[in-house]
Design a protein around this ligand. Sequence first.
Ligand code: GDP
Length: 137
Amino acid sequence: MERTLSIIKPDAVAKGVIGKILDRFESNGLKIAATKKLQLTRQDAEAFYAIHRERPFFNDLVDFMVSGPVVVSVLEGENAVAKNRDLMGATNPQEAAPGTIRADFAENIDANAVHGSDSLENAANEIKFFFSGRELS
Ligand code: GDP
């Protein structure tokens, strides 16, 4: 049993597809252990994506992530990290396999609908970044 962090990004929240995306998780064997909608501050977004600080798209990424509310969720299930990444599809929606969240709900690599932890170790850190123990028991 694993836990992973999902973020429904501002583009997908603005489009009104929170429910459709959460349904993809539940319909594919991932339980929503916790979820909430919130507005990231610039400081939040910079800290969350600190690993990308040196990348040329860092400022665009931070601007995008604070452009509107997001929905953060903890997903739980067997192989949750890899399963969520499979459901999300490739980072660039143009390259995402048909039927994946990014193929169905994202426009481009800047606004690609969802984030998902890419390893069990990052998942644990990302979950701690957003959720307290009380929210997750
Ligand atoms: P992910 O794990 O599939 O989300 O991909 P990465 O960890 O490689 O990148 C993190 C996020 O940075 C992506 O989801 C995109 O939102 C953004 N990103 C990645 N590459 C680019 C790029 O070339 N341009 C822009 N604007 N954003 C990018």
